[in-house]
Design a protein. Structure first.
Length: 207
């Protein structure tokens, strides 16, 4: 007797382990798929991810419909519509207490939370790639294919930039515009004079 196919789990039934099965490794290795997710999160402590360490899962914040996730991250290619989760959704606008908290709440309203609360990229066991050199590819026997030479680093200090939620992106086959002999694939847009912009942290990766 033929049995009906087992139903696929919905996004609501998935846990962080299911998300990390792809997102912690896709793109070639740990941290390769933006925004720098790694296997450190399988057994997260408060130094790697305070929210997961306290029992939250990916989809508690990142709500999806048919695996489309609203985002404004600079280096994620897709830009699905919908509510983009913010730290203030749970923590409120004035989340710091005491005199120091009043100073932070009053004078740091244009500094994104991540600037202080995530001071380093790849701060766990696994490094992230900062440079990919395709001019000298290397054959990787385990993967049975050629890969670029990689510059892998841990405890990377971010680059800080004004960001208003929009970006400059190069998409083939658009005409290439060189800036100082380089192609900018993705870059945040914004300025101090842009009232919608805040200072965010990002990484500078070259290929």
């Amino acid at each position: 007797m033929d049995l009906p196919p087992e139903p696929e789990p919905s996004e609501e039934q998935l846990g962080s382990i299911d998300c990390l099965a792809c997102h912690a490794y896709s793109g070639g290795g740990p941290h390769f798929k933006r925004p720098n997710l790694s296997p450190d999160l399988y057994d997260a402590d408060e130094t790697s991810d305070v929210h997961m360490a306290r029992g939250l899962s990916c989809i508690d914040c990142h709500k999806a419909v048919d695996h489309t996730f609203p985002t404004k991250s600079t280096d994620t290619w897709n830009r699905e519509e919908g509510h983009i989760p913010q730290c203030t959704d749970c923590h409120g606008q004035d989340s710091h207490g005491g005199l120091k908290g009043w100073i932070l709440n009053t004078f740091h309203d244009r500094v994104a939370c991540q600037v202080c609360h995530i001071p380093y990229i790849a701060h766990g066991e696994y490094p992230t790639d900062m440079y990919r050199n395709w001019t000298h590819p290397e054959f990787v026997a385990e993967a049975a294919k050629y890969e670029p030479q990689l510059d892998l680093r841990k405890m990377v200090e971010p680059v800080y930039a004004w960001y208003n939620g929009t970006r400059k992106a190069y998409l083939y086959p658009a005409k290439i515009e060189l800036e100082n002999g380089k192609i900018t694939y993705l870059a945040p847009l914004g300025s101090k004079d842009d009232h919608k912009a805040k200072i965010y942290h990002t990484s500078y990766t070259t290929q």
